[in-house]
Design a protein around this ligand. Sequence first.
Ligand SMILES: [Fe+2]
Ligand SMILES: [Fe+2]
Length: 311
Amino acid sequence: MTTTESLETHFERTIEADQRIEPRDWVPEKYRATLIRQIAQHAHSEIIGMQPEGNWITRAPSLRRKAILLAKVQDEAGHGLYLYSATETLGADRGDLTERLISGKQKYSSIFNYPTLTFADVGVIGWLVDGAAICNQVPLCRCSYGPYARAMIRICKEESFHQRQGYELLMTMMRGTAAQREMVQEATNRWWWPSLMMFGPPDGDSPNTAQSMAWKIKRHTNDELRQRFVDMTVPQAEALGVTLPDPDLRWNAERGSYDFGEIDWSEFKEVLRGNGPCNAQRVAHRKRAHDEGAWVREAAAAHARKHREAA
Ligand SMILES: [Fe+2]
Ligand SMILES: [Fe+2]
């Protein structure tokens, strides 16, 4: 019989040695709660994130674009299901998490509370939003919790397909008419700042970061990841021929990085508080889909029960 103390030592040694914690291992309650909250929020973001782009599936300009977009949105559903499964290995209940999302008790990424006004938004979301997601998620492939880390490996492969499809769509539009180039620039103007907000509040305002880094759930701070994203994206914008809407954006040779302007954190907080342009619509849509799916869940449960009884 192992004592709690030796279980704790085992946990700490595993983290220290950069090995993975698995569902069978004892973990501190706070580690479990932190992971459930983070993975659930991530899962919710994948599922809610289907809506802004799903908005364009019926109006995609060609069969090829429709097939690509459909596949991309389906991938996001898959990411959500994968991640909900990861929370279940920590003892969470998927139905309960969905309930928390619908009732506003749990959050999802604030980026999905912005509307998709033109088809160029599909390209810009792939380029910037999936691009930011990749920056955030690649380090999570080395997260200390095994099921989450392994889920992220597959998810990141698909996210990089998403980013490339977005960039390829924008490249095509930039080779098109002046009106199409204008659409790309206008969509870039709207999505740039919200994309930078995806990395979360500045380090000085992010109280949970230190503990998450000590537990090796998180490997870099919000500001480090944001900087990495800016440095990666500026040359892509140049190659594309669009201007990023920030007059303060310039190369800093001393730092070997791009300086950029002040983010409007009051906007971020407002969206987080539920006052973004589409918060109510996104949650209402998710609730409707959940309610309309009740009979499917009941039928699946009845089917499983029948099989158990027959066995
Ligand atoms: Fe995703
Ligand atoms: Fe994606």
